[in-house]
Write a protein that binds this ligand. Sequence first.
Ligand code: SF4
Length: 242
Amino acid sequence: MARSYVHEARRRGLGRRRERIGPIVERLAREHSDATIALRFRNDVELLISVMLSAQTTDVNVNRVTESLFEKYRRPEDYLSVPVEELERDVFATGFYRQKAKSIRGAMRVLLEEFDGEVPRRLDDLLRLPGVARKTANVVAAELGHAQGIVVDTHVRRLSQRLGLTRNDDPVKIERDLQRIVPPADWARFPHLLIWHGRRVCDARRPRCVECVLADLCPSARPWPDAARAIAATAGSDPGGV
Ligand code: SF4
């Protein structure tokens, strides 16, 4: 299990998770008002394909590949009308191209057979598509305006742990912890805010705590800022559990 900052938040007198989550979302929303999905797509099917291709690679790389891919493949049927080797070549640069081509074809087949070629909104339906795991389903549902969970990627996991919002390391358990404290209305934008904050400020190796807007709310801030010390001093010793 990852080091838990939940206890450290109590020790520093930063308040409970439920109390900190509001200001955390508010400040991040102000700081990263441009935080949205970085993948480029023009419709629901392109969104689904982009997210499927984004496994184990960068969004920039996916966008480079889909620029020509989406010109060639315009409808779900198009992905099934070419030999699989051709689709493999077309998605080669995203890595894991054999598995991705197979998953895309499987997903397009189910879309056509069971959903009239439309991308479903329900998480359970999305999870029936071959190659669509929980993270992909959550991203697609959220972008379609029907968030039913919280996307947990590497940035969301790291920041949730550093901010003392979870004690867990497993993405499914982290998602469950976040769902308990993040208001449902923020489920779609919350991961984007953490992802952009992770990229811009809370780097995996070198978090820039001194310029972070969350420093006085964050139990892993280094050095612990004066503002946080002052808050803790007036809050008393231990404000209680989470
Ligand atoms: S204070 Fe530091 S560790 Fe905490 S969220 Fe900000 S950059 Fe990350």
